[in-house]
Design a protein around this ligand. Structure first.
Ligand SMILES: Cc1cc2nc3c(=O)[nH]c(=O)nc-3n(C[C@H](O)[C@H](O)[C@H](O)COP(=O)(O)OP(=O)(O)OC[C@H]3O[C@@H](n4cnc5c(N)ncnc54)[C@H](O)[C@@H]3O)c2cc1C
Length: 396
């Protein structure tokens, strides 16, 4: 049974855009939903990294992963809707699943052998009794707080301004229907104020995540359209020619947060309820997808062994698997942001060395890419399963 405070329509209308890792693609393939998602999202074939206006750039390509599979891309960029719709359809197809939405969980009461959820449904208070609650209720998780699980972390001095752009038709007139102005390249442009990311989308659009100190982000949000375009173009560059902005601007404050525990008796945290990271590198939702796959695997094994799924002994296996793997990604994204968001002499030298290393040392490029694509750490078994005809090596 799943419970969500939003209607499915409201959930599908969320305007979020995510870089989706190769591993998340494999997990969706294992679930049997990838063939529905893949045609509706973009793939990127290269990642270009740059440091301010310095000349050295690093281009990461599929061959840098050095695997045995023939791969022609490094990841995907998805809007919220195709993913949610595919998962929702799959969920509703299964007779054993029930979705209760919109319903707000107000309280969680833990007992030794069961847990009660008190929720608000159709203006009435209902109680659900269960053996295990998995809280994936976002960064401000009410259920995490009610269970008394503490968290560590900090709020960044930065916020992210996000919006979508599209190449103007004049720019596209000479292209065939398969060509795109963005050429399926993802850019991470590190600037002193914060990273400026450009992610290719379907329909010759791109999603921009522009990280700035809070006051500057507020100022950018308040700019008139023309001034905003001009400021944006300075960072975006001219590789897509003339651009139009095709979505409202949205502002997100960002934080690093890690829960001290992911589990308690009859209770587990997953996704942003368990951890949040800086958006640089596009890892957040991928960590949540990996949490879900890991938890399902642990619970599946415990079920087959006849164990109590809500027991702390079973749930700790999930925590041991995911807590430290998530720390690695939280640390990686935090270091990236701090290393590049300044002009302190020795740090500039370190990152220039890093750029040189990434250009010259193939194993370093491979390691960085493995981290970004989900290739490091324990791989959930579901990511090895191919349930969909459309999921060949070439698409994964
Ligand atoms: C600017 C920006 C860019 C990002 N870019 C990327 C990217 O490129 N790639 C990437 O992987 N990640 C990215 N992220 C991170 C990503 O957006 C988050 O990690 C992800 O949305 C978290 O998903 P979640 O389902 O865990 O939590 P949420 O999206 O917060 O969902 C929580 C759900 O719980 C429900 N809920 C909450 N409280 C209750 C309650 N009491 N009762 C019932 N239901 C409840 C809500 O209705 C909601 O559906 C980005 C984040 C930001 C800010």
């Amino acid at each position: 049974m799943a419970i969500d405070a939003q209607t499915m329509q409201a959930a599908a209308n969320r305007q979020n855009v995510y870089a989706i890792s190769l591993l998340s693609g494999r997990i969706f393939a294992g679930l049997g939903v990838w063939h529905q998602i893949l045609p509706r999202i973009a793939t990127f074939t290269q990642i270009v990294l740059s440091d301010g206006d310095r000349a050295r750039r690093v281009t990461l390509q599929p061959a840098d992963l050095g695997g045995q599979e023939e791969l022609n891309h490094l990841g995907y960029v998805a809007e919220h809707q195709p993913i949610l719709e595919a998962l929702h359809a799959e969920f509703c197809d299964r007779e054993t699943m029930t979705l209760i939405a919109p319903a707000q969980v107000d309280q969680v009461i833990h007992h030794a052998d069961h847990t009660e959820l008190i929720l608000e449904l159709d203006g009435q208070t209902r109680t659900i009794t269960t053996q295990l609650v998995v809280a994936a209720d976002g960064a401000r998780s009410q259920l995490r707080q009610a269970t008394g699980i503490r968290q560590t972390g900090w709020k960044y001095w930065q916020s992210c301004v996000t919006f979508k752009v599209k190449a103007r038709p004049s720019q596209r007139s000479h292209q065939t229907s398969h060509q795109t102005s963005h050429q399926n390249i993802a850019y991470e442009k590190f600037r002193t104020q914060g990273p400026f990311a450009i992610l290719p989308l379907t329909g010759d659009r791109c999603n921009v995540v522009w990280t700035l100190p809070h006051a500057e982000a507020q100022a950018v949000m308040a700019l008139e359209e023309e001034a905003f375009n001009e400021a944006m173009r300075e960072h975006f560059g001219d590789h897509m020619g003339d651009l139009e902005i095709v979505s409202p601007r949205r502002l997100f404050p960002v934080q690093l947060m890690q829960s001290q525990h992911y589990v308690a008796p009859r209770f587990a945290l997953a996704g942003d309820a368990a951890h949040c990271c800086h958006p640089v590198g596009g890892q957040g939702v991928n960590l949540g997808i990996r949490d879900a796959a890991a938890l399902a695997e642990v619970l599946g094994d415990a079920f087959r062994a006849g164990e109590d799924l809500g027991s702390i002994a079973v749930l700790k296996r999930y925590e041991r698997w995911r807590l430290w793997e998530n720390w690695v990604v939280l640390g990686f994204t935090d270091s990236l942001d701090r290393l590049f968001s300044n002009e302190i002499g020795p740090l500039v030298l370190v990152r220039q060395l890093g750029f040189w290393g990434l250009t010259a040392i193939a194993p370093l490029r491979r390691l960085a890419l493995q981290l970004m694509t989900g290739g490091l750490g324990r791989q959930p078994q579901i990511s090895q399963v191919r349930r969909s005809k459309a999921c060949t090596n070439a698409t994964l």
